[in-house]
Ligand binder design. Structure first.
Ligand code: NI
Ligand code: MN
Length: 224
């Protein structure tokens, strides 16, 4: 699994010959100006919830790529009204796609669409592909529900660490114990002043906790 970071919570995972784009908020992000969203061409777009900092480029990228959207039922309905077919799911449910399995899991946050339409509940995802397991938390507080992932033997987790709207660094470190995962990619930080973090301090805290934290540059890729 190759992963590329596009800022905020926008992540591409390439696996089994498919490109999975999570929470596309790229073109409005001044720090991601060098990314051309029309070159991304995902096969799937996974959406954690309806906030603008997660779906700003959703419709544009879906229309230019024809990607299948994977999201909660209410967002699938909202897309359907715009003529975009989506694969609706709900919390606790999993489905076997051609690249592997996706399970939708709980996130403690809020959700509404940019036009005020209902966005259903916010969600996270666990992706099972190429024999690996990755948890994409979306926007969430630290929650005891994360303990449900403890015995999954996750290889990687994408966790928000920016505080204010989601977990901050200290709660994200607690979350690594709940989910029993040693390899973390941080997201949802530095995009706006209220979620600016001290990256050196964050790295030090994770090192002290014995957890591998990766803070990728926008456009940087690593192999999971
Ligand atoms: Ni949000
Ligand atoms: Mn957000």
């Amino acid at each position: 699994m190759k992963t590329t970071y596009y800022g905020q919570s926008a992540i591409m995972i390439e696996t089994e010959g498919k490109k999975l784009l999570f929470d596309p908020f790229i073109s409005p992000n001044p720090a991601a100006k060098h990314i051309n969203i029309h070159n991304l061409k995902p096969d799937y777009i996974l959406v954690s919830h309806g906030h603008g900092d997660h779906i700003a480029d959703l419709v544009t990228i879906q229309k230019s790529s024809g990607a299948k959207v994977i999201c909660i039922a209410e967002i699938a309905g909202w897309l359907g009204k715009q003529g975009i077919e989506a694969h609706g799911m709900n919390i606790g449910g999993g489905f076997n796609f051609d690249f592997g399995r996706v399970k939708m899991v709980n996130a403690v946050h809020s959700s509404t669409m940019p036009d005020g339409a209902a966005g259903g509940n916010p969600a996270g995802f666990v992706v099972y592909s190429e024999g690996k397991k990755a948890y994409y938390a979306g926007d969430t507080a630290l929650t005891y529900d994360m303990k449900l992932l403890e015995d999954e033997n996750l290889d990687w987790a994408f966790l928000p660490i920016g505080d204010n709207y989601t977990m901050g660094v200290d709660d994200a470190i607690k979350a690594t114990r709940f989910i029993n995962c040693q390899n973390i990619i941080g997201m949802h930080y530095d995009t706006f002043p209220v979620i600016a973090i001290n990256k050196e301090e964050a790295m030090e805290k994770f090192i002290k906790a014995g957890i591998n934290l990766k803070l990728l540059k926008i456009g940087e890729s690593i192999n999971l």
